[in-house]
Every structure is written in C-alpha cells, then in structure tokens.
Design a protein around this ligand. Structure first.
Ligand code: OAD
Length: 246
C-alpha cells in the first residue's frame, strides 16, 4: 500500500462524522473464505452459479444444492474473523452514524463484534422456506445435512436464506443501506469486484450525494472509477492501519 494513499484515506476518515462500509468477498479472503471471481480460486470459476445460486438450479437438483451449502456452512463455522473484521468492529463509537453493509453471507462481521450489520445477500447460517411461506430458521442444529428438509409449516423444501441470481434483495435491508449511503461523509468499500448490483451502486449513490469514497482492494475493481482514494492492499493488512490514528 502506498504511504500516500494511506495518509489520504486516513485524512478523509479523520474529518468524517459518519461512515458506511460496504464489504464483499475479499473482506473474508484472509479468513480462508474463497472469493467468487478471483481467477482460479474464485467459487464461480469452479462451480456454475446458475446451478448453485438460482431457484431453477435448486429445483433441478435440490439435494446437490443443499449439500453444497451445507459444506460451505461447515467451512465457515471453522474459520475466524480476520484483523480487518476486528478493525471495523472497533469503529461503532467513532462515527455517527456508522454502518457495515455487506454482500457476504458468512456472518464474520457479527462474529468479530459488529452490531446491526446490514446483510444484503442474506446469511448462510439461516434457512427459509423455498415456497416463501414465511418460515425462517436461524439455527440448523436439528436439520439433516443430506437432503433439504421439509418446511415445518407448509411441507415445501427448506433452502438457505441467501439471495440467488434473479431474486430481489430484502427491500427493508436495501432501503436502510441506500438511506445510509445517501447521507454518509465517507464510504469505505472493501474487497468487492463491484460487479453485482444493487450493492455496487451504493458507492456511486454516496458519491453523488457528496461522500468521499475510499476503495480497499489489492486488485483493480469496477468501482475504482468512483474512488477518491484507492488503497491497493488487502483488507486484513490495510484496515487496522487505516484506523490506527483516527
Ligand atoms: P468477488 O469475488 O466478485 O470480488 C472479490 C473482490 O475481492 C475482488 O475485487 C478481489 O480483488 C478482492 N480481494 C481479494 N482478496 C482480497 C483481500 N484479501 N482483501 C481485499 N480485497 C480482496 O466478490 P463480491 O464482489 O463480494 O452473491 O461478489 C458479489 C456477489 O457475487 C457476492 O455477494 C455473491 C456473488 O455471486 C451472492 O451470494 C448473492
């Protein structure tokens, strides 16, 4: 990371009263959770997103999809938040308002101690009814891992409570995220390719409303053209240093 970019990002954060953080898969990469679109290691270079992240894919082979998410859940239960998650968890009293808006479904921000995290794409640990009868189950303790179990209310399949391609985001969560983005002094964007909307639109909304935008990503991303400061470094390395002196 260039010392200059770090210094400029710190200066923006020091001046800011309010801050919204938008995170993507890169936020959790150093915890050992693979991203989606990074070359050979990205999840979508090995698996077909339409098979594993769409209603049609689930209907075609519910057991296959259920088992894939079960194995992701098991892996995520074994990993830990990284230094970047912990640095963000320490910021809640430094900015007002402060919010973390994440595309990640791994729950690592909350496990690091952040509260009120806006999870745009759901949460892998939760389960809901495929027929959307309203059933949501927070913990999977009693649910078998092999085939999707039946919804206790309507008998349809249960499915992971994550947003699949072609599905709408929870409008309450998205409204909250947009409201916060439109009012913040600084938006800090960490570890996202900026290829998935509406999440990728939030930094542009913030910028149009006068916010400064800081992007933390070791690689180029689609959001770089919106950045006032680009910090070319990983989340676990950059974030603790970004807030050392604020
Ligand atoms: P992507 O996989 O598209 O992008 C990950 C980004 O993280 C890339 O820009 C990498 O350069 C960057 N990156 C990699 N390692 C990093 C590190 N250690 N620190 C910081 N950045 C790093 O992931 P997302 O942008 O989150 O949707 O993808 C958006 C959505 O697409 C996901 O939420 C998921 C996926 O399909 C759903 O699950 C609904």
């Amino acid at each position: 990371m260039t010392a200059d970019a770090l210094a400029r990002a710190r200066a923006l954060l020091q001046k800011a009263g309010s801050c919204v953080v938008l995170t993507g898969a890169g936020m959790s990469a150093e915890s050992g959770v693979p991203t989606f679109r990074d070359g050979q290691t990205g999840v979508w270079s090995k698996f077909d997103p339409m098979q594993l992240a769409s209603r049609e894919g689930f209907e075609a082979d519910p057991g296959f999809v259920w088992r894939w998410y079960s194995s992701r859940r098991e892996k995520i239960a074994e990993v830990r938040p990284n230094a970047g998650h912990f640095a963000l968890a320490g910021l809640e009293r430094r900015f007002s308002p402060f919010a973390i808006v994440t595309q990640n479904v791994d729950g690592l921000h909350t496990r690091a101690g952040s509260t009120g995290v806006l999870e745009l794409h759901g949460n892998l640990m939760r389960t809901k009814c495929f027929a959307e009868c309203g059933v949501r189950i927070d913990s999977l303790a009693d649910v078998p891992a092999g085939e999707p179990p039946a919804c206790p209310s309507c008998g349809e399949w249960l499915r992971p409570d994550v947003v699949w391609f072609g599905e709408m985001l929870d409008p309450t969560v998205l409204d909250d995220a947009e409201r916060l983005a439109a009012r913040c002094d600084v938006m800090l964007v960490v570890g996202t390719s900026g290829m998935v909307y509406p999440a990728a639109g939030l930094p542009y909304l913030a910028r149009r409303r006068g916010a400064k935008v800081i992007v933390v990503n070791p690689n180029p991303s689609d959001i770089d053209d919106c950045a006032d400061v680009l910090v070319s470094e990983t989340a676990a390395k950059a974030l603790p240093r970004l807030f050392e002196a604020t």
